[in-house]
Write a protein that binds this ligand. Structure first.
Ligand SMILES: [Zn+2]
Ligand SMILES: [Zn+2]
Length: 154
């Protein structure tokens, strides 16, 4: 797999994206983002801290939390409130709030690419005077791989 070349490219894109907005992808932020990009699923803050500490034993929790807050606030990562975990965004070109599909069996996370969906929900809510705050939407269920595995064993 050529995943690593891809990750360097993603990290470079993220750095460009940050500087275009007057922000900086510091080494710490870059490291946390690269861990999220290489993770098979979502990661909890303490798991990220443990990974960073393998390389930098002195890394303190607040630095990880600040890096995560930054990545989420600028849209390079999504926080999954229902799992208290984080995933890298799959589309740095167009940071956004996403519709996250969370598999309850393997805890894998996919993201729907549909800007119209979020706009539609806001539109419907505004009809009854409700202002929706910017946020990710989380939908729980079973992913294709887990469903296939379930059918085989059934
Ligand atoms: Zn996203
Ligand atoms: Zn699954």
């Amino acid at each position: 797999m050529t995943a690593h070349a891809h990750i360097d490219q993603d990290l470079d894109n993220a750095a460009i994206w940050c500087s275009a907005r007057g922000e900086k992808l510091t080494d710490q932020r870059r490291e946390v983002l690269s861990l999220l990009l290489t993770a098979p699923g979502s990661m909890k803050a303490y798991e990220l801290l443990a990974e960073v500490q393998k390389r930098k034993p002195t890394a303190a929790p607040p630095t990880i939390y600040r890096a995560l807050d930054f990545l989420v606030s600028v849209g390079l990562a999504h926080k999954l409130e229902s799992m208290n975990a984080f995933v890298a965004c799959c589309d740095f070109e167009n940071p956004h709030h996403g519709v996250m599909l969370i598999c309850d069996r393997c805890h894998g996370v996919s993201e729907l690419h549909d800007a119209g969906l979020a706009a539609r929900m806001q539109q419907e809510a505004s009809k009854i005077g409700f202002a929706v705050a910017p946020q990710d939407v989380e939908l729980h269920g079973a992913c294709a791989a887990c469903r296939a595995a379930g059918e085989e064993s059934a």
